[in-house]
Ligand binder design. Structure first.
Ligand code: TXA
Ligand code: MG
Length: 416
């Protein structure tokens, strides 16, 4: 319902307080961690602050933002609009969402709500719609920031528009350095893909975006047994024409992404070389095995120098109360990037050598989701021309494979 922060003298707390003050007193958005991806937050009630989010990201203004709350009472007070607290005895949160809130909040779920008459929300947040997306993140830093700033925070993912979403503070810096002044570093994100967006105002209730909460988890809630999928990502395979302005790019690294749908036989070495004949360097993202060395002369100096590994530990997966200092501090210290194994394949003279950067994300869907955006960004840093990604089976409803494949299909220019 409601909670309070015990005021402390620690440096972390002072930094959070300074960020909250910045949100209240300036229009410069603040980047903060959530359990899904990093968000770029601003006071959702102030137009000038919200417009600055769109400007910093280069985001099209017709794409509405999600509003983040620290408590149900903060959400209720917004939903009551100009009706106020006293006149309105009934709960403004629609019944259909109650079981979801009970089960998944705080957590990776966004619900679509009616924007009330006389809403405090800046019109830019909703992009002209009469609804808005509401979410209560479970990252303790996010909750504390919203609580300290005392206003709901409008926050899209903190990447530059079209780029892969940021799952570490470094990713935000890479995209937005010079455009914002504060990033709260909470270490790598626990989930790695964005929240599931659901609309329970229409019947049957609809999933607008797959994410950290699975279809099966939703179906277990009363009123949500017949939830339908309201997004499309399975259009025909092959090369997707991308006329500028026709369709927004999304989740895309600089390199061309070639996605192998699950069930596609893995290419043998010859087919692979054929696919990348024109290219000088290729990245590979595996989702079933660890990285492999395809060529000769392996130089994986990175691995030994930094001691990095593919496993990003969950910050606080099972705790009922995530406020555990030891976990938090551990998470600050660990920024781990998926490790790319390098090898060089010597081709015929006219083609020259092929540089191969190979990342194995591991087998579990959760681990793949956690490392996916980071892997795409890492391969961009290696300067590869093309990234071959091994898709995963998303016909099952009991894991977050649908979210992983949805992001990959949007990122891919070529699908096989
Ligand atoms: O996990 C997340 O949701 C992250 C973190 C930062 O909370 N945020 C995020 O925001 O992914 P963004 O802006 O990248 O995605 C917002 C999604 C978009 O797909 C948008 O179309 C949808 O939410 N959305 C927002 N308001 C909506 C509305 N009123 N009706 C339908 N869809 C809406
Ligand atoms: Mg986004």
């Amino acid at each position: 319902e409601e909670w309070d922060i015990e005021y402390e003298q620690g440096q972390d707390f002072q930094n959070l307080l300074r960020a909250a003050t910045e949100l209240q007193e300036t229009d410069i958005p603040v980047a903060f961690p959530t359990e899904t991806v990093y968000g770029l937050g601003a006071d959702a009630t102030r137009s000038s602050a919200v417009r600055a989010i769109f400007a910093a990201k280069g985001r099209p203004v017709d794409n509405p933002l999600i509003v983040h709350f620290h408590s149900l009472s903060q959400l209720r007070s917004l939903l009551r609009g100009n009706a106020g607290v006293t006149e309105c005895a009934t709960d403004p949160i629609p019944e259909i969402y109650k079981p979801l809130i009970q089960k998944f909040w705080p957590g990776p779920l966004t619900i679509i709500l009616p924007n009330p008459e006389g809403s405090q929300l800046a019109p830019e947040v909703t992009a002209g719609l009469n609804t808005f997306g509401a979410r209560m993140p479970r990252s303790i830093l996010a909750l504390a920031l919203i609580r300290l700033s005392t206003v709901p925070l409008a926050a899209p993912s903190a990447n530059a528009s079209t780029r892969p979403s940021p799952t570490a503070a470094e990713h935000v810096k890479d995209d937005l350095d010079g455009r914002i002044s504060t990033i709260i570093d909470g270490g790598p994100c626990e989930v790695g893909v964005e929240s599931t967006v659901v609309d329970g105002l229409s019947y049957p209730p609809t999933i607008l975006r797959p994410g950290g909460v699975t279809v099966e988890q939703l179906r277990q809630c009363p009123g949500w047994e017949n939830v339908v999928v309201g997004y499309k990502d399975k259009h025909e395979q092959g090369i997707k024409p991308r006329a500028p302005g026709m369709k927004y790019r999304h989740y895309s690294p600089k390199a061309t992404v070639m996605l192998y749908e699950a069930g596609t036989p893995a290419p043998d070495a010859e087919q692979l070389l054929d696919k990348v004949a024109e290219r000088k360097s290729v990245g590979i993202v595996r989702t079933k095995t660890w990285a492999r060395n395809l060529g000769v002369s392996v130089t994986d100096a990175d691995a030994h120098v930094n001691g990095v590994s593919n496993s990003i530990p969950k910050a606080h997966p099972q705790d009922a109360s995530p406020i555990r200092e030891s976990n938090l501090l551990r998470s600050f210290k660990q920024h781990q990037v998926p490790h790319a194994v390098h090898s060089t394949f010597h081709r015929e003279a006219d083609q020259g050598p092929l540089s191969i950067w190979d990342i194995g994300l591991g087998k579990s869907t959760e681990v793949v989701a956690r490392g996916l955006f980071s892997a795409l960004r890492e391969l961009d840093k290696k300067g590869v021309d093309i990234i071959l990604v091994e898709g995963i089976n998303d016909t099952v409803e009991d894991n977050i494979a649908a979210a992983v494949m949805n992001r990959l299909r949007k990122a891919a220019e070529i699908r096989i």
